[in-house]
Design a protein around this ligand. Structure first.
Ligand code: ACO
Length: 331
């Protein structure tokens, strides 16, 4: 029995934040943002709309598309770096309650932008070991809550949103999660960091005054490492499975920056048509970015049952991963 990608869903908040809006908030320009990142717009959750609300809405859609009854879901994983609560309860537990699902294993994972691919890997392991049958995985972020809107180097990049998938079972290898590779290197932990609010720098007036509770990024260093690591990782997973870029229907990279996607796509010889691109619409939504991109391609009619996707991701930790996944949702 193999694990299989049975359904996708996503949710995008209604309020948009354009480059023009950001021009009024910090010293930046629409032209700079487009040229350096490819981002034109991002969406921001309402004040009383939390990560669990975004995640629950994406999950409802994925569950309805899967045709499963909620009672058939036996595990929930939520990948997020913006949980509703810092320590407990987990956002997965809050989402489970909002969905009306109880008595199942539910937990969060923290792997920043790589969270969805990490969750996919965990779901695969639980399903293929026979422990679980239908796992709901969610990538949900309210990044606007940890962004410093006076810091032009980060506030232009990020947006809010959620994506969710149902991972079930199949007997066919050509309908499975063919292979997943996930990894990390903590030596680069300061490249992407929220220094305050945890036990090292607990919440205090000083932490808040110094803006330590906000996301900080060494953008240029992260950029260079991302291009090299992703190219190597994707090459490795293709070679290991005796595949090359022409066997892939859609390359679904983490949507952080058009220039990273373009550089990796070119090195791997993907055509424009193969590369899934949504960063211009949503900005970087961290763990939500890959499932939101898959959902966009599905809803626009490009992604079809049986297509082979190559996912790849890179984020804080530093963490990264890649996955070869057949899309096994039936309309
Ligand atoms: N508007 C105008 N100028 C700006 C802005 C802005 N919004 N931001 C920075 N600049 C300036 C800088 O101050 C700098 O000016 P200087 O030369 O006078 O010092 C200049 O632009 C160049 O800055 P760089 O940081 O070198 O710009 P770069 O080309 O690297 O682009 C960016 C910055 C977009 C952040 C890029 O480095 C990037 O995308 N990095 C990778 C992000 C990523 O992939 N993160 C991983 C996932 S995120 C996660 O896990 C949560």
């Amino acid at each position: 029995m193999y694990a299989s990608f049975k359904a996708i869903g996503a949710y995008v908040p209604s309020k948009s934040l354009t480059n023009r809006d950001l021009e009024k908030m910090v010293d930046t320009s629409d032209e700079w943002i487009r040229q350096r990142t490819g981002i034109e717009n991002r969406y921001i959750a309402a004040e009383d709309e939390y990560t669990s609300d975004l995640g629950a809405k994406a999950a409802e859609l994925a569950i309805s598309r899967s045709g499963l009854a909620k009672e058939e879901i036996d595990m929930i994983i939520c990948a997020t770096i913006t949980p509703d609560y810092l320590c407990m309860p987990s956002t997965a537990c809050v989402i489970a309650d909002k969905l009306g699902i109880s008595n199942v294993m539910a937990f969060d994972i923290s792997a920043a932008c790589s969270g969805f691919v990490y969750a996919l890997n965990i779901a695969k392991a639980f399903i293929e070991s026979g422990l679980k049958k239908n796992v709901l995985i969610i990538g949900a972020e309210k990044l606007s809550a940890i962004i410093d809107y006076s810091d032009r180097t980060t506030c232009i990049l990020f947006g809010d949103g959620a994506g969710a998938a149902i991972i079930g079972t199949t007997e066919e290898r050509e309908a499975s999660l063919l292979d997943i590779h996930t990894s990390a290197d903590g030596a680069f932990q300061d490249f992407l960091i929220t220094p305050g609010g945890g036990v090292k720098n607990p919440c205090s007036p000083d932490v808040i005054d110094r803006h330590l509770h906000y996301l900080k990024m060494k953008g240029n260093e992260t950029f260079k490492l991302a291009v090299n690591t992703l190219t190597k990782d994707v090459t490795r997973i293709l070679e290991k499975n005796s595949l090359s870029s022409e066997h892939i229907d859609f390359f679904v990279p983490h949507q952080a920056n058009f220039r990273i996607i373009d550089a990796v796509g070119r090195k791997l010889k993907f055509t424009k048509e193969q590369v899934v691109l949504t960063v211009h619409k949503y900005g970087n939504t961290s763990a939500a970015s890959i499932p939101m991109a898959i959902n966009d391609w599905y809803e626009s009619g490009k992604l079809k049952h049986g297509d082979l996707m190559l996912l790849d991701t890179f984020g804080g930790g530093l963490t990264w991963g890649s996955a070869l996944v057949y899309f096994n949702q039936r309309d």
